[in-house]
Design a protein around this ligand. Structure first.
Ligand SMILES: NC(=O)c1ccc[n+]([C@@H]2O[C@H](COP(=O)([O-])OP(=O)(O)OC[C@H]3O[C@@H](n4cnc5c(N)ncnc54)[C@H](OP(=O)(O)O)[C@@H]3O)[C@@H](O)[C@H]2O)c1
Length: 412
């Protein structure tokens, strides 16, 4: 069969492409940047399409010649400049679905989300529901799949939950009534492969989830046990703290944000029988997600989720302290034009050098470079004793190295 998979670089899409290839299907992987598919060592025909721009039927129709099945796994976790839910979740999929009707594609599977709801306060969940409606009203064998939270050690939200589970106190947020019913990525992919190759569940919304809902606190305690960490006492976290963190998460694009909190709060669940039928056996449950051999790796990744921001905050406080300590001692602005130019050049060079060393988290390293450069300029212009500066760098250096090395390992 020829199967076109959009979002082929994503958590779910990339594993799905591998599973379909392993079953002998011909796969066309659609990605925003096809080079990223090659970087993932996924050997498949690739096409580059940006959903933000592909909002007309003619953007899709030429790609669908001979295609039997289309599986759309594209999704945004956050809106970004020039990447809005309206285009990526609604308009581009609508154009793709209509093109599938014209091209005679046999089946279209669209990955939505458990909790998708046209009246949701979450723009993400409302846009998901709009796409579902667009597919189901077309004269087409369309299947909307609503997965619950998907478990994989490299899934950002799962890392975040594991981070909570590894804290010295187990948080019980906002009264602790919320539930999760996560599904393991392997099970979800197996269900999607099965759906792609069958005719079952046409024109339906199906919910795929693990065998049972878990109270959030029990889920965290179970993840903690699976990571071979000793049990700890619980800590009740008031609703306002959770909401403030979620609002901050939306601003800073954390996995935990207002959309994810709304989803967790509504605790959507499902009976799970369709997952079992598609798999031909019961789905893995949360207490089976982390295998014994994965416990140690999971533990160090999870701790890093909260250790990194803590270290970053400490570094920010350190630099601020340095600045506050330095500037009152300054005898004035740079005295000569040469001083000023030299300082500006040193600042620019250091910022560029350190900022470009890592594409990811460029802003963070740029800030560090800026702070170091300012200290150097200050010392050079005689505003601060250089011994003080050297001793500060001696202390800051190892902290920066830890952030760099472990930060990289955590994002592998
Ligand atoms: N993971 C979960 O727990 C979960 C649970 C329920 C539902 N879902 C849904 O399942 C779908 C896939 O989730 P996921 O976890 O695999 O997400 P993911 O890892 O973030 O992958 C999203 C994919 O969408 C692509 N994409 C984003 N914007 C695009 C654009 N403008 N044009 C083309 N492609 C674009 C990404 O490409 P780049 O690599 O170029 O960014 C990536 O391939 C989403 O719709 C999500 O809402 C996920």
């Amino acid at each position: 069969m020829i199967i076109l998979v959009t979002g082929a670089t994503g958590l779910i899409g990339s594993r799905l492409v591998e599973a379909l290839l392993a079953q002998g299907h011909e796969v066309i992987g659609v990605a925003r940047e096809s080079a990223r598919l090659k970087a993932l060592s996924i050997r498949t025909r690739t096409v580059s399409v940006d959903f933000h721009d592909a909002t007309e039927v003619m953007d899709w129709w030429p790609l669908l010649y001979g295609v039997d099945v289309v599986i759309n796994t594209v999704g945004l976790r956050h809106e970004r400049r020039a990447h809005h839910f309206r285009n990526v979740h609604v308009r581009a999929p609508r154009a793709l679905f209509k093109a599938c009707v014209l091209a005679g594609v046999r089946r279209v599977i669209h990955l939505s989300s458990l909790g998708a709801d046209p009246s949701s306060h979450s723009a993400l969940l409302a846009s998901k529901a709009a796409a579902e409606a667009n597919l189901l009203k077309l004269p087409l064998d369309g299947v909307v799949v609503q997965p619950s939270l998907v478990f994989a050690l490299d899934a950002p939200m799962i890392r975040w939950l594991m981070g909570l589970a590894s804290l010295p106190r187990l948080p019980v947020p906002a009264g602790g009534r919320q539930t999760l019913q996560p599904i393991h990525l392997q099970d979800l992919v197996a269900c999607l492969v099965r759906l792609a190759t069958s005719e079952a569940y046409a024109r339906r919304i199906i919910r795929l989830a693990g065998p049972r809902p878990w109270r959030l606190h029990d889920a965290l305690a179970t993840l903690r046990r699976a990571m071979r960490m000793r049990p700890v006492a619980s800590l009740s976290v008031p609703t306002w703290v959770v909401r403030t963190t979620a609002a901050l998460g939306s601003r800073l694009r954390w996995p935990f944000n207002q959309d994810t909190w709304r989803l967790i709060e509504t605790s959507p669940s499902t009976e799970g029988s369709i997952t079992r039928t598609l798999l031909g056996h019961p789905a893995k449950d949360l207490d089976q997600f982390i295998a014994t051999g994965e416990a140690e790796g999971a533990r160090s990744l999870s701790a890093w989720v909260w250790q990194r921001p803590l270290l970053q905050a400490a570094m920010a406080a350190f630099w601020l302290g340095q600045m506050v300590g330095l500037w009152p001692a300054a005898s004035g602005l740079p005295r000569t034009l040469a001083d000023w130019l030299g300082g500006a050049l040193a600042l620019g060079a250091a910022t560029l050098a350190i900022g470009s060393m890592r594409q990811r988290r460029r802003w963070w390293w740029t800030l560090q470079a800026l702070a170091i450069s300012m200290l150097l300029v200050a010392a050079w212009a005689g505003w601060a004793p250089s011994e003080g500066l050297l001793s500060s760098l001696w202390a800051a250096g190892p902290a920066l190295a830890v952030l760099w090395i472990l930060g990289d390992r955590a994002s592998d």
